[in-house]
Design a protein around this ligand. Structure first.
Ligand SMILES: Nc1ncnc2c1ncn2[C@@H]1O[C@H](COP(=O)(O)OP(=O)(O)OP(=O)(O)O)[C@@H](O)[C@H]1O
Ligand SMILES: [Mg+2]
Length: 250
């Protein structure tokens, strides 16, 4: 059973208090949206969860193992991985070599042949076998996002955080990325999806977390979040249905 427990995280950059007592739990393979305005702290929260930056206070436990003081490679080994808002592949290495890296770098007990086999499985899953010998830098924006997802899948993660997987992606690839997110989740991985694409967030996620300049102002099902006055004011803006109703009454 996957269990991520985030408790009272604070992060300050000098005088800027970017995460304020942020707490939430994930139990099981949930698909959760993390939304909020630009600068709300979503990427900072991701950086804290994956070990890239250390919180000033608070704790993160993954399956009863404390991970908030670990380095990113240790967090990845513990079962939590993330993609980057601006993709970070090894541009001058092939797609296949990019997939080898996490397994080799973490010094897993798997042989090179096993790592190759797993990489081919991941490429097949993402229907990217035909791209295996391409340099990563030759891929489109959307394909780079898929490669990052593939890199995560190499380690059989329990929780993954996808930081804006649809940003800068051609609309034709967006649907494909969307379907892979669903499939990865169906296979038992918990997912935190960060996106400003509200259509995708509302249709994919069964639960939303709303961060507003460091404060977690809401945590609940999308239908509830859509109607939450604090969320509407902070991020979603005027509810269009409500506006239509008002216009109808006028
Ligand atoms: N390393 C850093 N040093 C100083 N300030 C930082 C650092 N990283 C982030 N910030 C600040 O923290 C705040 C939150 O930024 P963050 O990138 O986490 O927001 P976000 O919710 O991911 O926004 P977006 O939707 O635009 O991606 C911003 O004011 C940002 O300028
Ligand atoms: Mg961000």
């Amino acid at each position: 059973m996957i269990e991520l427990s985030v408790s009272k995280l604070n992060k300050r950059f000098g005088g800027l208090h970017v995460l304020k007592d942020v707490s939430f739990d994930i139990k099981g393979p949930e698909l959760i949206g993390l939304i909020g305005p630009n600068g709300a702290g979503k990427t900072t929260l991701t950086n804290v969860l994956d070990g890239a930056i250390k919180p000033n206070s608070g704790t993160v436990y993954l399956n009863n193992q404390r991970i908030d003081q670990l380095e990113p490679f240790q967090v990845a080994k513990a079962g939590l991985g993330r993609t980057f808002q601006v993709t970070r592949s090894f541009r001058r290495m092939s797609v296949l070599e990019n997939l080898y890296v996490p397994a080799l770098a973490l010094g897993t007990e798997h042989s090179k042949a096993e790592i190759h086999e797993k990489s081919m499985e991941v490429l097949e899953f993402l229907t990217m076998e035909h791209l295996r010998n391409e340099y990563a830098q030759a891929l489109s924006g959307g394909q780079q996002k898929l490669l990052e997802l593939g890199r995560l899948l190499m380690l059989n993660p329990q929780v993954i955080i996808l930081d804006e997987p649809f940003a800068g992606v051609h609309p034709s690839l967006m649907k494909i990325i969307y379907s892979y997110i669903e499939r990865v989740n169906d296979q038992g991985t918990a997912i935190i999806l960060i996106s400003h694409q509200m259509d995708s967030i509302f249709s994919l996620c069964h639960r939303l977390l709303v961060l507003n300049y460091g404060d977690m102002i809401a945590d609940g099902p999308p239908e509830e979040i859509k109607r939450d006055p604090a969320v509407i004011e902070a991020y979603l803006g005027i509810d269009e249905d409500e506006e239509d109703e008002k216009e109808g009454q006028a």
